[in-house]
Design a protein around this ligand. Structure first.
Ligand code: FES
Ligand code: FES
Length: 157
């Protein structure tokens, strides 16, 4: 028997949303299926690939391992909320450096990269590789991803 639905109020990309879901619903499924925010990708759905990376209160989290109920009262930012007015500098750097091929991993890479720079973990290419290691790219665009993050990090200093 399904668990009783719960009512939540979530702040996503600056907007408040009311939501009624079963307690087991992940933030990833809520974003994609309830709010149509399909920029956040479902890769492995088990915390292995980083495709579902979003920010909660400015920190990067894996939306597939986070319950929607856990983020009530907190601030969620997805790739759709990152560059609403103009491209975020990290988005622009990814474009400039051709840091994607199929693009499936790209929203997660960008959300992770923004946080990585903010955390101060983008000082060298090795550091970028280490702190971006949770974001996999099956197309192997890693050299260009690192170059894009390096440029965005340098521009932010
Ligand atoms: S879909 Fe969340 S880590 Fe792969
Ligand atoms: S660009 Fe295709 S998986 Fe990364």
């Amino acid at each position: 028997m399904p668990n009783a639905a719960i009512s939540l109020r979530l702040q996503i990309n600056g907007h408040l949303h009311d939501l009624t879901v079963e307690p087991r619903v992940t933030l990833l499924d809520a974003l994609r299926e309830q709010f149509g925010l399909t920029g956040t990708k479902k890769g492995c759905d088990q915390g292995q690939c980083g495709a579902c990376t979003v920010h909660v209160d400015g920190q990067r989290v894996l939306a597939c391992l986070t319950l929607a109920a856990q983020v009530e009262g907190r601030t969620v930012t997805t790739i759709e909320g990152l560059g609403e007015e103009a491209l975020h500098p990290v988005q622009a750097a990814f474009l400039e450096h051709d840091a994607f091929q199929c693009g499936y991993c790209t929203p997660g890479q960008i959300m992770s990269a923004v946080a990585c720079i903010r955390e101060g973990h983008a000082g060298t290419d090795d550091e970028i590789r280490e702190y971006m290691s949770g974001n996999l790219c099956r197309c192997g665009a890693y050299p260009n991803i690192v170059a894009a993050i390096r440029q965005a990090a340098e521009a932010s200093r």
